[in-house]
Design a protein. Structure first.
Length: 130
């Protein structure tokens, strides 16, 4: 099962790639700034790789990051995908994305990473709601 990581930093991408690959997932990735700047066509990327889950990072500046996320979430290509949101500061972004969204803190702590892996596993079993 494929998971797409959309994140801002190479270190975070590699850390997430390692834990998710170790957990048995096939991982593809791109950077948020490449999506924002039009260097990566995320719809084509999603169609090509067909991930079941997208681990999407919300980073500062949070309002702009959430705006881009909402644009991504509205793309027809992601209708069949589940999202797992990450941030280094979940409390800052929870008000912007809505209280019904669970945002996983991602720092280099094993406990946080295992929670994220569990969230991806649960999302991979969920049915699309869009």
């Amino acid at each position: 099962m494929t998971v797409a990581i959309v994140n801002t930093t190479p270190d975070a991408v590699e850390m997430l790639r390692h834990v998710l690959t170790t957990a048995g997932f096939v991982v593809v990735s791109c950077y948020t700034h490449e999506v924002r700047d039009g260097k990566v066509d995320l719809e084509s990327f999603i169609r090509q790789h067909r991930p079941k889950v997208i681990a999407y990072d919300l980073a500062p500046p949070y309002a702009a990051s959430v705006d881009l996320f909402q644009h991504v979430r509205a793309m027809p290509a992601v209708n069949e995908c589940q999202f797992v949101l990450t941030s280094v500061n979940p409390s800052n972004v929870s008000n912007l994305v809505g209280r019904d969204e669970r945002i996983y803190e991602v720092v280099d702590r094993q406990e946080d990473l295992m929670k994220l892996v569990q969230a991806v596993k649960e999302a991979s079993r969920a049915r699309p709601t869009r």
